[in-house]
Design a binder for this molecule. Structure first.
Ligand code: URP
Ligand code: ZN
Ligand code: ZN
Length: 473
């Protein structure tokens, strides 16, 4: 691979920006230095095998999407992106690392579930990948297995307060798992929605003939997200478990997290682009069955109630720390349409892995977050939160050369036939226009995206064993 010099750009980190050149040797960054300068009299440009001109571009650490679901089995089907198609789409969008969820299904042993996910991913990924572990059957054997997760490079596990009969854990199971989390340092990730209460509302709505996708958002009321978030926080408080609440969409749930953080608790939260931009009224309420494109859980929230604005604010004030996609794509034909006539049978999920950096950058353009916060939310904090920092999430000597050249003078039109490499027959983001563009993507020193050309290959991506979260105290 040799030496690559990225010259003339503005290097942006979570703490600042500066005009700097970046020297890469093989897979690693070896120097970040004032433009044009020689290092100890050594002519860097002359020694480089490749020089990339980054004039006018932001040079940022590759995106880390800490929440994806390639090939996730759900609702009688499976998420339509494989590790091959989904990671390639991620790369097109400037994401160079994903952390996907290995699934322990009901009746299965934890390490069998993890092995299945290794089999799905190995040799197929375009970018580096790690795993969180879904604990879908929380019994004595699972609790014992959790003692061995860290040695496998899995430092976090996800529990579900939703989906009774599928991945669901009750309070007694959650308490036990959180005790294990406190003991081992593994991060507890929580899907915080009151599943049993949701199921009652679902049954009542369907009995009243309210079967359209819109009612998915009515059944999954914000009160049930707030309540579950509060309950998770209290159980974490009691046990001392570090808690990370995934896909937060209700402003009331944010308030619960903010209150716990102000009491000094080890409690964190992520939101996703869909909750920042999309809404119950405009999207889930689209005519006919169209709203199925936006059925996900937690659901899109009402714009009239102001959730989106509150979420943007919480990203500014660090009440929420991360933006992940919860990428879980399903096609309309043959997948989402399983829920025609019964919204509860629509597979839950939206595909966004390709668009996270762009959609968040639009927040920079619109003055919602700073450039530095953009890098922090999409790369640096995910690396710190999930035990990858130093190798990933930063442009500094010794880090993997996962680097994105982002062009603020470029433009990205999102939609089918435009920017769309995900394995889906529609885009939840059709018509979104971004005042910026992912220009060049390097993954461990290899240029995998160069303008409109894809230069990567299946199998470029490696498994990333992770350490404990750097937010633990
Ligand atoms: O709708 C969603 N979020 N689907 C993926 C599964 C989950 O709960 O994260
Ligand atoms: Zn979830
Ligand atoms: Zn998810």
């Amino acid at each position: 691979m040799g030496r690559t010099l990225i010259r003339g750009g503005t290097v942006v980190s979570s703490t600042g920006r500066s005009e700097a050149d970046v020297l890469i040797d093989g897979e690693k960054i070896v120097a970040v230095f004032a433009p044009g300068s020689a290092i100890f009299g050594f002519d860097v440009a002359a020694s480089a095998d490749t020089v990339i001109d980054a004039t006018g571009k932001y040079v940022i650490p590759g995106g880390i999407d800490a929440h994806t679901h390639m090939e996730l089995p759900f609702g009688g089907t499976a998420a339509s992106d494989t590790f091959e198609t989904g990671t390639r789409a991620a790369a097109w969008g400037g994401t160079t690392t994903i952390i996907d969820f290995a699934v322990q299904s009901y009746g299965q042993r934890v390490f069998d579930g993890l092995a299945t996910w290794h089999d799905k991913a190995a040799g197929n990924c375009a970018i580096d990948y790690g795993f969180h572990q879904i604990i879908g059957d929380l019994n004595t054997d699972s609790l014992q297995a959790m003692d061995g997760l860290l040695a496998e490079g899995v430092s976090s596990f996800k529990l579900f307060m939703a989906y009774p009969g599928v991945f669901y854990s009750d309070d007694a199971q959650i308490l036990r798992a959180m005790q294990k989390s406190a003991e081992t340092g593994l991060m507890t990730m929580m899907h915080a929605e009151n599943g049993p209460a949701i199921d009652v509302l679902v049954g009542q709505l369907l009995a009243e003939g309210k079967t359209d996708p819109y009612y998915h958002g009515i059944a999954r009321a914000w009160q049930l997200e707030e309540e579950a978030t509060h309950r998770a926080i209290m159980l974490a408080d009691l046990t001392g478990a570090p808690l990370y609440v995934v896909h937060v969409s209700a402003k009331q749930a944010v308030a619960q997290l903010a209150a716990a953080r102000s009491r000094g608790k080890n409690v964190f939260g992520e939101t996703c682009p869909q909750y920042l931009y999309l809404s119950l009224e405009e999207n889930l309420g689209a005519p006919g069955f169209e709203g199925a494109k936006w059925v996900c859980s937690t659901p899109l929230r009402s714009r009239a109630e102001g959730h989106q604005e509150e979420l943007w604010q919480s990203l500014r004030t660090n009440e929420l720390q991360l933006v992940s996609t919860d990428h879980c794509p399903f096609c309309m034909k043959g997948q989402k349409d399983l829920g025609l006539g019964d919204f509860s049978k629509i597979p839950n999920g939206i595909g966004s892995v390709e668009h996270r950096l762009d959609l968040l950058y639009q927040g920079v353009v619109e003055g919602r977050i700073t450039l530095e916060r953009w890098v922090e939310l999409t790369s640096t904090t995910p690396a710190r939160m999930f035990g990858l920092y130093g190798t990933k999430g930063v442009i500094q000597p010794g880090a993997d050369a996962d680097v994105v050249l982002y062009d603020p003078a470029g433009h990205t039109s999102i939609g089918l036939g435009k920017t769309h490499h995900m394995n889906m027959d529609h885009s939840a983001w059709e018509g979104y226009e971004i005042d910026g563009h992912v220009d060049t993507v390097l993954s461990r020193g290899k240029v995998i995206v160069d303008g409109n050309s894809y230069l990567g290959a299946k199998g470029d991506g490696r498994y990333l064993p992770r350490g404990l979260s750097q937010y633990l105290i």
